[in-house]
Design a protein around this ligand. Structure first.
Ligand SMILES: Nc1ncnc2c1ncn2[C@@H]1O[C@H](COP(=O)(O)OP(=O)(O)OP(=O)(O)O)[C@@H](O)[C@H]1O
Ligand SMILES: O=c1ccn([C@@H]2O[C@H](COP(=O)(O)O)[C@@H](O)[C@H]2O)c(=O)[nH]1
Length: 238
């Protein structure tokens, strides 16, 4: 009953969800609630690696970046994820959780660089690893970073914690008639152009046979429910 369904997971936390009801940035109560959810799962003995988005601060494709050089805007987006990662690690520290932030871009005065064997060592030691700065490359997203790092560390699943409770036939925030899938294959999600994750992330997970669970980070207890293998959110599978 208390045995988790997974030993090692890659959790993708929505940057946008960090805003809570604020128009921008990091809402204190929201980050503390996310950390409480993560803490509950860590206590089950699940090895947790986290990628957090940057949508609450800056996206390379946001209207505010219009007219900018795309790669420059994307580097700004990656730096936004570093800020979120530091905030998350600090919020964890405050409740006694040991987390290590590793950045895909060199910024060594602030955070240690991503080195795969070191990340694996931290996970084996029971520390939470937070992968910052996405893939380190412009023209990608943190969803793709989650797929990439998840594959690299041998995670059993990517858990995409976002503002909606699964994958829908259309964006549920725009189409009230959208219906939720309990499960969907990678090929179907890609061919239907479902925008909940980008196609690069879906394709990488499909090729690596790494399933994805999309679920709501806003719903209390949903993360634990997913980790326990309960019926929650949408499973994207090969
Ligand atoms: N078919 C769909 N099913 C579910 N959500 C969808 C779909 N199409 C679009 N969406 C939208 O995708 C959003 C989640 O993806 P998005 O990349 O915007 O957010 P995130 O990953 O949570 O944020 P961040 O990039 O800041 O981490 C949902 O909030 C929803 O509005
Ligand atoms: O590998 C990556 C990851 C992210 N970016 C840039 O950062 C922002 C924020 O990431 P989200 O996944 O949208 O939360 C993204 O819009 C890109 O501009 C990147 O370039 N490369």
């Amino acid at each position: 009953m208390t045995t988790p369904a997974y030993k090692r997971v890659l959790l993708k936390l929505s940057g946008e969800a960090l805003m809570g009801d604020d128009p921008y940035g990091i809402n204190r109560a929201t980050i503390e609630r996310m950390v409480a959810d993560v803490s509950e799962v860590a206590k089950l003995g699940v090895e947790l690696a986290i990628v957090i988005g940057g949508g609450n601060i800056f996206r390379g494709v946001a209207p505010g970046a219009q007219g900018m050089d795309r790669a420059t805007a994307d580097y700004m987006g990656m730096l936004a994820t570093v800020m979120n990662s530091l905030a998350l690690a600090d919020a964890m520290r405050q409740v006694g959780i040991t987390a290590r932030v590793m950045s895909a871009i060199a910024i060594e005065q602030v955070v240690e660089p991503y080195v795969r064997p070191k990340a694996l060592q931290y996970l084996e030691e029971g520390k939470i690893v937070i992968f910052a700065a996405g893939t380190g490359n412009p023209f990608f997203t943190t969803d793709t970073a989650a797929a990439l790092r998840g594959s690299e560390i041998g995670a059993e699943i990517v858990l995409k914690a976002t503002k909606v409770d699964g994958v829908y036939s259309a964006d549920p925030n725009k189409d009230p008639d959208a219906t939720r899938y309990a499960t969907i294959s990678f090929d179907e999600a890609i061919s239907k152009h479902l925008q909940v994750m980008d196609a690069t992330a879906f394709a990488l997970c499909r090729d690596q046979k790494l399933p994805i669970k999309v679920f709501s980070i806003v719903k209390p207890g949903a993360l634990k429910s997913v980790v326990m293998g309960e019926d929650e959110g949408t499973l994207v599978h090969v």
